[in-house]
Design a protein around this ligand. Structure first.
Ligand code: ADP
Ligand code: ADP
Length: 226
């Protein structure tokens, strides 16, 4: 677990678009932050900068003690959850979960412990021998989250992970993520344009508009103002 500190973070793209205009946020250890706002407000750019996937023009981002822009990608200790499942179709669920850890040369018994722990939390323990095609959409989404969980990262970054799901599954997975957050208490930054999703999940909401923070606060304070 870790704090995440955004200190006057700016992003100017090569073409001159100022996508993020000096944003500062102190994210507490274990806090679930949701970045919300209309298309083009700078949500993805900000998330990608936290992930170290996008160069920061000026300002600084720290995850715990580590300055993001100065850390090797392999040592960043964050896990991203995307909208596309990106599961390996030819591998079992177990091996989908274990794959990244194996690649890092982690000991087999430690991999096994982590995979089984993630499977327990996500309630997919009965499907470990199946291939992704033999799973429902919701089960697949859980395996995708499992791949982030087994890394036991300091922080989770979610990039609209539910936007490709049908309405029913979206509600189900929202509840699932909420439950997960309660048991794992891992610092999280979650991007969505869905207000209901934002309100349900967030400890604190950050409403972005044109690259600036328009509002920041608990969901009830942000949305219930007259
Ligand atoms: P959101 O995620 O809220 O939809 P983005 O962060 O994707 O917003 O985009 C913010 C602004 O930056 C938009 O004006 C967008 O067109 C611009 N932008 C995003 N990515 C790039 C890029 N790779 N090159 C130039 N401009 C970009
Ligand atoms: P590898 O792909 O590295 O050969 P194995 O399939 O031999 O891995 O499994 C290594 C260990 O992982 C096994 O000893 C077992 O504990 C665990 N394991 C593998 N598949 C499963 C599964 N479907 N369910 C539970 N544990 C599994």
């Amino acid at each position: 677990m870790a704090t995440i500190t955004l200190d006057t973070v700016r992003k100017v793209y090569a073409g001159g678009v100022e996508a993020v205009k000096g944003v500062s946020i102190d994210i507490a250890d274990g806090e679930f932050i949701v970045l919300v706002g209309p298309s083009g407000c700078g949500k993805s750019t900000l998330l990608r900068m936290i992930a170290g996937l996008e160069e920061i023009s000026t300002g600084e981002i720290r995850i715990g003690e580590k300055v993001v822009n100065k850390v090797d990608p392999a040592d960043r200790d964050i896990a991203m959850v995307f909208q596309n499942y990106a599961l390996y179709p030819h591998m079992t669920v177990y091996n989908n979960l274990a794959y990244g850890l194996k690649n890092r040369g982690m000991a087999k018994d430690e991999i096994d412990r982590r995979v089984k722990e993630a499977a327990r939390i996500l309630e997919i323990g009965d499907y470990l021998d199946r291939k992704p095609r033999a799973l429902s959409g919701g089960q697949r989404q859980r395996v995708a989250m499992g791949r982030a969980i087994v890394r036991e990262p300091a922080a989770f970054l979610f990039d609209e992970p539910l936007s490709n799901l049908d309405a029913k599954l979206r509600v189900q997975m929202r509840v699932e993520i909420k439950r997960l957050q309660k048991s794992l208490k891992t610092t999280s930054v979650y991007v969505t344009h869905d207000q209901l999703e934002a309100m349900t999940l967030a400890d604190r909401l950050v409403v972005l508009s044109g690259g600036n923070i328009e509002q920041i606060g608990a969901p009830i304070d942000v949305y219930d103002k007259p």
